[in-house]
Design a protein around this ligand. Structure first.
Ligand code: UGA
Length: 452
């Protein structure tokens, strides 16, 4: 018999990874989505998207305890049959770059409908990334209005930000480095904390639980993603400094900086810039939110500008090596926003392609070990898609490394010389040994200049 029953409203990365991990540890989970196909796949033990180890965990649950993970298309029923509900809906970026809270709003309504006919205390936890004030003033208010129930008395309200990175969502769900719990009152926070004490057990010896109010918890998530993005733009700005004079290597500089006991060297890799579904969305959302409150962020504006400019910079580097690119065949190695995924959202490759098109380069070929299909959905006929590295390099006059896939790291200067028309190479992710490549190729790398 299970001790906890949880409804998870939203079956994206956060929702489904939590649902799978919880149910694999004797928690009764009712996930909910309005997408019938997705619900069927989940009920058949199949992950509807790729995420490392998710499929395996879902299969284990399906085999050992299928009753513990079910997916409904009826959120009201899911809420009614559980004690805790977690909102894990997406909060996309609107055209004006502010946050779109419409999925959160409709889910709050559905929870309200359920609580209207429920007599028992129920805990609602927001785990989506939401701007400060959303849990209390949007979710809490809607549930109160629709259900006629009183927050604190009839239902609890918590906010627990999520720090999963794509490709490691299961690992991050099972072994977080901290758990942040915001609560409308002590009772709400206590109930969630007790659940995590049960779920994580000994792991909590190395994973603190931080208790705070709802709004602070909401801002922690933005604090995180904005600092990570800032570290990357800072490293890219220093890479640009490094290129101003001969013989500087940004990788060595950042290693030196990162060893300071007050810092660490993670997220200090200079390159063609960050992408993904979170950094742009969250930096823009909190920037727009602060502006709506009368404060204009200069720091975050710069973080985004520096990031966008890296795509222009890498094309400049290519032109320094190969001359005007218009009329030449250009190769992009890597299209996904990072290795290990086929996700193209806000990928640097998109910005590089747009910059090449602006410079009238029309013969662009891309190759990605996983993202060719998703890239085609995103960029259509703007570029051609090669099936192999060799095909992508054939007759090319300049190649640019955009994503640091392992198979690109294995390439030798000879491979570029053999297949390309003229072997010009720009290393946008610093994956090659500079000394070896500059000896044999017309070569440039972000944040690295030659000895003059
Ligand atoms: C990011 C955060 O790392 C997670 O903690 C957070 O929970 C998540 O967003 C989210 O808000 O949901 P993710 O977008 O999956 O996770 O990817 P990251 O591994 O953080 O990489 C983001 C981008 O930064 C990639 O394009 C990567 O190439 C780039 N990057 C990363 C650099 O350019 N340099 C670095 O040193 C590190």
């Amino acid at each position: 018999m299970y001790k906890y029953s949880i409804s998870i409203l939203g079956t994206g990365f956060i929702g489904l990874c939590s649902a799978a991990c919880f149910s694999n540890k004797d928690v009764k989970v009712l996930a909910s989505t309005h997408n019938e196909n997705k619900a069927k796949m989940i009920n058949d033990g199949k992950a509807p998207f790729f995420e490392a180890n998710l499929q395996e965990i879902m299969e284990e649950v399906k085999k050992n305890n299928p009753e513990l993970l079910q997916c409904l298309t009826d959120p009201v029923k899911a809420v009614l049959e559980t004690d805790i509900s977690m909102i894990t809906q997406g909060t996309p970026m609107r055209n004006d770059k502010s946050i779109d809270l419409s999925f959160i709003e409709s889910t709050a309504r559905e929870i309200g409908e359920a609580l209207k006919i429920k007599d028992k205390y129920h805990l609602v936890v927001v785990r989506s990334t939401v701007v400060p004030g959303t849990t209390r003033n949007l979710v809490g208010k809607i549930i109160t209005e629709v259900s006629g129930k009183e927050p604190g008395k009839d239902f609890g309200l918590s906010m627990q930000p999520e720090f999963l990175a794509e490709g490691r969502s299961i690992e991050d769900t099972l072994h977080p480095d901290r758990i942040v719990i915001g609560g409308i009152d002590n009772k709400s926070g206590d109930m969630l904390q007790e659940f995590y004490e049960y779920f994580y057990g000994d792991h909590l010896q190395i994973c603190p639980i931080l208790r705070m109010n709802l709004e602070s918890a909401e801002l922690v998530k933005y604090g995180n993603n904005c600092l990570l993005s800032t570290k990357i733009s800072y490293a890219n700005e220093f890479a640009n400094f490094a290129e101003l004079v001969p013989n500087i290597d940004i990788a060595q500089v950042m290693k030196g900086v990162g060893l300071d006991y007050r810092l660490n060297s993670r997220f200090l890799n200079a390159g063609v810039g960050f992408g993904g579904s979170c950094f742009h969305k969250d930096v823009n959302a909190i920037k727009a939110w602060s502006k709506s409150k009368g404060y204009t962020s200069r720091l975050l504006e710069a973080v985004l500008d520096i990031n966008d400019d890296q795509a222009i910079h890498i094309v400049d580097m290519a032109e320094e090596l190969a001359g005007k690119l218009a009329g030449k065949k250009i190769t992009l190695l890597g299209l996904a926003f990072k290795p290990g995924t086929d996700d193209m959202r806000e990928a640097a490759s998109i910005r590089v392609v747009n910059e090449l098109l602006k410079r009238n380069v029309t013969d662009i070929v891309g190759y990605d070990p996983k993202a060719n299909e998703t890239a085609e959905v995103e960029m259509g006929k703007k570029i051609k898609y090669a099936k192999s590295i060799t095909e992508a390099l054939k007759d090319s006059e300049c190649a640019l490394i955009i994503t640091e896939w392992d198979e690109f790291k294995e390439l030798k200067p000879e491979d570029f010389i053999k297949h390309m028309k003229t072997a010009n190479l720009v290393d946008g992710r610093r994956i090659y040994d500079y000394g070896k490549f500059i000896e044999k190729l017309s070569f440039r790398a972000i944040g690295r200049t030659a000895l003059k």
